[in-house]
Design a binder for this molecule. Structure first.
Ligand SMILES: [Zn+2]
Ligand SMILES: [Zn+2]
Ligand SMILES: [Zn+2]
Length: 200
């Protein structure tokens, strides 16, 4: 087992490794691991799994998964500096919240831009995002409360606002539905906020 475990970490830097996903080139450490007749061995991360399901035939690799449960895997953001060593069952949750994940500003998306506004090209770690918002998008930042005028004629399909609790970010998105008769509001909170308030 020691040898196999060592190999897994050594193979991480090998671009052609058979122990990596044929699509994202990350470790085969998120289930379901499938053998796809077009791509080859693919991991269960969202993009890979949906690509695999759109092409060719898939065969589950249960024997591999049964062995993998006993192994420790590197985080997919190892190249960005994450040194976490993860049990099979912990990989997915860790990677979703990994501090070293590169994050795109939501204002890189046309959907939220007002006329004449430039696309934001910022990328960085999640922990740096609250400061970026304060520096670059103060027109969408609110501190105490966000006042919504429901009588207002929304010219945009979507509006985004930001706030902070402690050092963590909160995103509020307003979305006018197709018939324009209803306004939806979605709120996202950073991982540490969810932990502090014990929200699942
Ligand atoms: Zn993959
Ligand atoms: Zn990580
Ligand atoms: Zn931005």
């Amino acid at each position: 087992m020691g040898h196999l475990q060592q190999m897994l970490f050594n193979e991480y830097t090998n671009e052609n490794s058979e122990l990596k996903c044929a699509i994202c080139r990350k470790c085969l450490s998120v289930q379901p691991i499938l053998h796809n007749s077009v791509y080859g061995n693919i991991c269960g991360r969202w993009k890979c799994n949906s690509l695999g399901n759109s092409k060719g035939q898939n065969h589950e690799q249960q024997a591999y998964e049964n062995v993998a449960r006993y192994l420790i895997f590197p985080c997919m953001y190892r190249d960005n500096g994450c040194n976490a060593e993860l049990k099979w069952s912990d990989v997915q949750l860790h990677e979703e919240a990994c501090q070293f994940k590169k994050f795109f500003c939501p204002l890189s998306n046309n959907a939220f831009l007002k006329q004449g506004e430039k696309v934001c090209i910022w990328t960085g770690e999640i922990s740096e995002f609250p400061n970026h918002v304060v520096e670059s998008h103060s027109n969408r930042f609110f501190c105490e409360s966000l006042v919504i005028d429901f009588q207002r004629n929304y010219t945009h399909e979507r509006e985004i606002f930001f706030s902070k609790v402690l050092e963590d970010i909160i995103l509020v998105i307003f979305h006018v539905n197709d018939s324009k008769s209803a306004l939806f509001c979605k709120v996202w909170a950073g991982i540490s906020i969810l932990k502090i308030y014990n929200i699942k």
